[in-house]
Design a protein around this ligand. Structure first.
Ligand code: PBG
Length: 319
């Protein structure tokens, strides 16, 4: 076996998996204000950006060859409510950020999360009544949220709420509203994971979150169930599916890709970023190598692309 590993050229010649900037989706946190880059303590190196700065980041993404940006808002506390109605405001942070990206970097795709957690006072993804998340009433709001984002120019609607039936409901509403060309990337196999902690710091829901999300996000013990989730979402009209988190769920990613063959994405989530970045910053891991090795592992496992907070670093390294 070592004959093929003798030199760089021969290793390149037999390499099975390739990682390029086209594989990267860059998640960005959006906040109010101007010329602002606000650090997030549990995600060193990642900042919340004001809308003008999002525009600059989008230009950078275009220059680096990153095809798509994912937007997540840090909603001001006074704009949060029990029903998350700010999600439906056509002038909210996400909608304004979409416009800014489209003005500055029209060739970059924009993906928007559909879920209520950045907008609710309780930090849940759906409507809460007597401690229960209501499925169908939540769908009605999510459909409206998706339409608001699409009208603002969003290219990919990415429902992350894990309500039952949301892909079908959103797809029908898009068809009915004349938005036949909007893409849907479903967070199909999304687990109730402890690796989302830093993200909840970033969007300001950590302290507020009452209870946990185990009645809608998946049990980390289950794998067959992930295939059922993916099957439903594809049948309901998803163009692409996602497995989330990433590294601890590579087995799921492989099974999903092998079974369905649909475009399948991994989300290297905030806790995975924090884990690596913490060790990199202390000099315990070689950052450049560990970032690319980790991203390559998603590709090798079957991913068509990765949402990663290392997107900019990775694109620079690959460039
Ligand atoms: C919200 C949402 C979460 C993430 C993406 N969308 C958090 C959650 O479900 O609590 C997590 C992303 C990350 O940890 O990087 N629905």
């Amino acid at each position: 076996m070592r004959r093929l590993r003798q030199s760089d050229w021969s290793r390149r010649m037999v390499r099975e998996t390739h990682l390029t900037p086209n594989d990267l989706i860059w998640p960005i946190f959006v906040a109010g204000g101007q010329y602002l880059e606000e650090p997030i303590s549990s995600m060193p190196g990642v900042n919340r950006l004001s809308i003008d700065m999002v525009g600059l980041a989008a230009k950078e993404a275009a220059n680096l060859g990153i095809p798509c940006i994912a937007l997540f808002p840090y909603t001001a506390p006074h704009d949060r409510s029990p029903d998350g109605r700010e999600a439906l405001n056509p002038d909210n942070l996400v909608c304004r950020a979409i416009a800014e990206i489209k003005a500055r970097a029209p060739g970059v795709g924009v993906l928007c999360d559909v879920a209520l957690d950045p907008y609710t006072t309780h930090g849940h993804d759906g409507l809460l009544e007597n401690g229960q998340i209501l499925n169908d009433p939540t769908l009605e709001v999510l459909v409206q949220q998706a339409l608001v984002q699409v009208r603002a120019g969003c290219d990919i609607i990415a429902p992350s709420d894990m309500m039952d039936g949301r892909i079908g409901a959103i797809r029908s509403a898009l068809e009915a509203g004349g938005h036949q060309n909007t893409l849907i990337m479903s967070y199909a196999a999304k687990y109730a994971s402890a690796f989302y902690g830093p993200f909840r710091d970033a969007i300001g829901t950590k302290a507020a979150l009452s209870g946990d999300k185990k009645t809608y996000q998946m049990d980390p013990a289950n794998a067959d169930e992930a295939l059922r989730e993916v099957e439903l979402d594809l049948a309901e009209g998803a163009d692409m599916v996602m497995v989330k988190p990433g590294l601890p769920y590579l087995d799921i990613l492989t099974r999903v890709k092998q079974r369905f063959g649909a475009p399948t994405f991994a989300y290297q989530v905030s806790g995975e970023y924090a884990m690596l970045k913490g060790a990199i910053d202390r000099g315990w891991l070689d950052g450049d190598r560990v970032i690319l090795e980790n991203l390559m592992s998603f590709k090798r496992a079957g991913a068509d692309g990765v949402l990663t907070y290392f997107a900019r670093e990775a694109a620079r390294l690959l460039g």
